[in-house]
Design a binder for this molecule. Structure first.
Ligand SMILES: [Zn+2]
Length: 102
């Protein structure tokens, strides 16, 4: 579940203008219900940690547009490693890993 919070933010394109808006600040894990604050994750420096469990389906008409529906779960890294991965392995799936550098 995505978490939102009202924050006063600067609108840079408009001189000295501030507004109160709902800002995405993190998520609550759909399994353990622990809250993860995206801003804390970013402030840790260069570390990255992203969990993505989703299913997307739709139509792509090229330059004429398209549509899709995405079904997803917000799952924390701990539950991904210790709950979801063992469950998927128990179903016969094998995890795949990929390294990248840039
Ligand atoms: Zn969790």
């Amino acid at each position: 579940m995505k978490l939102y919070k009202e924050k006063i933010i600067q609108i840079p394109a408009v001189e000295a203008h501030e507004e109160t808006r709902q800002v995405h600040i993190g998520m609550e894990c759909d399994i353990c219900h622990e809250q993860y604050d995206n801003t804390d994750e970013i402030s840790r420096g260069y570390d990255t940690c992203v969990v993505s469990v989703s299913y997307s389906r739709g139509k792509d008409y090229g330059a004429d547009g398209g549509r899709e529906r995405i079904t997803y779960f917000d799952i924390c890294p701990v539950c991904f490693k210790h709950k979801l991965t063992p469950f998927l392995i128990s179903l016969g799936a094998q995890p795949q890993e990929e390294d990248s550098s840039w």
